[in-house]
Design a protein around this ligand. Structure first.
Ligand code: GDP
Ligand code: MG
Length: 390
């Protein structure tokens, strides 16, 4: 099955699939058979109480995910798709001029210089290997290579280190305004919905109003917030919070911190102290140190990440406000230039707008119309071939 077809099957809403089935008589070459066979498989888990089967649920779940990424990446998609389509229209033949224009386009979308070079080199080789001479035939290869370059050999990169039967501690770091507190609220909501007992630690004692803001999130989500008064020692807050979380048998404790990058030495001391207090009470913790970065700040986000890596160990990135930028290529730059996985992306301001990052959902969000229109793309190519022949 082609890459686009597979993504389309995975993420596109079933209404469209249903329409396809209805239209099948007019369009005889539809390849929907295997899926309908699967549904009739007697081994498949089916409930006779009117609920969805597991297969149906998983299908529904990935369609929801597809819709979320599609919505959240709307600005980037307009940018990526339009520019790529323009490029394919201007440069019909695969040659150096085309590759250079493609490089330019990707760099402008914040993909990051080294990543662009790597990606376009891969494309040059692939075009040679498959003997592709029309740029329109590279469309799918480009999108597929983006996924490959992200995933590399590591399928599990975006998994969170959360285990049952222990207190899991997540430390949230990042400069002011990137979305730490908001992300903590959304994460708490997500884990609570999964049935976990979640608690929060108001470790940003520096910024006025930060404690109150976390408490508001705690109330909204329905989880307990451990706090002290403004200006108190964050390490003392963590000490209280870890003990409270242990006493209450919490599964997950998420800790807010102040992001004072202006003074690196201070920040380093503060984070080291906080980590020490946590580790002393829960050996091995924090299990995750998530760095929040604001996608709309582009290359600046990359330099923040480099600075934070110098002061503390970071296990994952939360890339916030991806919905607010047309330059969604920053995801690839972060992955390739920092070697830190993006574990979550913020796709909006609502509670359920924080989603686990996944390279396929991401490229679906970036190229959804192109992927959904897969058939017509193939037709266009055929038409173009015919026109060329005339
Ligand atoms: N559009 C959008 N806004 C976000 C997202 N995440 C956070 N924000 C907004 O960013 C602003 C700063 O967030 P806050 O959590 O206070 O940042 P902090 O200083 O790092 O704790 C708030 O207005 C949030 O609503 C996101 O994914 N999308
Ligand atoms: Mg905050």
């Amino acid at each position: 099955m082609s890459f686009f077809k597979r993504l389309k099957d995975k993420f596109s809403p079933s209404e469209e699939k249903n329409k396809e089935i209805e239209n099948q008589e007019e369009q005889p070459v539809q390849d929907l058979e295997p899926e309908s066979n699967e549904k009739e498989n007697p081994e498949a888990v089916q409930f006779d109480d009117g609920l969805m089967s597991l297969d149906e649920f998983e299908e529904w779940e990935s369609e929801q995910l597809g819709a979320k990424f599609k919505q959240g990446l709307e600005k980037s998609r307009e940018n990526f798709q339009n520019k790529l389509n323009d490029l394919l229209a201007v440069y019909r033949k695969v040659d150096e001029d085309f590759f250079e224009a493609l490089e330019e386009m990707l760099i402008q979308a914040d993909v990051g210089f080294n990543t662009v070079m790597e990606l376009v080199d891969e494309l040059r080789m692939e075009a040679k290997r498959q003997n592709i001479s029309e740029t329109s035939e590279l469309r799918e290869v480009i999108v597929e290579k983006i996924v490959e370059i992200y995933v590399q050999d590591d399928e599990d990169i975006d998994r969170m280190n959360i285990e049952n039967d222990r207190l899991n501690v997540i430390l949230m770091v990042g400069v002011n305004g990137v979305g730490k507190t908001t992300t903590i609220g959304k994460l708490a909501h997500r884990y609570k919905q999964e049935g976990k007992k979640v608690m929060l630690a108001a470790g940003d004692t520096f910024r006025a109003g930060a404690i109150e803001q976390l408490k508001v999130w705690g109330e909204r989500v329905g989880v307990e917030v451990i706090s002290q008064k403004e200006g108190s020692d964050p390490a003392a807050v963590m000490y209280d919070a870890v003990n409270a979380a242990k006493n209450r048998g919490a599964d997950i404790l998420i800790c807010d911190t102040a992001g004072r990058l202006q003074n690196k030495a201070n920040l380093m001391n503060e984070l080291q102290k906080v980590r020490k207090v946590i580790d002393r009470n829960v050996p091995g913790a924090p299990h995750e140190v998530l760095l929040a970065l604001d996608a709309t700040t582009g290359q600046n986000a990359l330099s923040q990440a480099k600075s934070f890596k110098e002061v503390t160990q970071v296990t994952g990135i939360v890339l916030t406000k991806l919905d607010g930028t047309a330059k969604g290529g920053i995801v690839l730059a972060i992955r390739n230039e920092l070697q830190i996985p993006v574990k979550f992306v913020g796709l909006g301001e609502k509670l359920d707008d924080l989603q686990p990052f996944d390279a396929e959902s991401y490229v679906y969000g970036l190229f959804a119309d192109m992927i959904d229109a897969n058939e017509s793309v193939e037709n266009t190519t055929e038409e173009a071939d015919q026109n060329d022949g005339k």
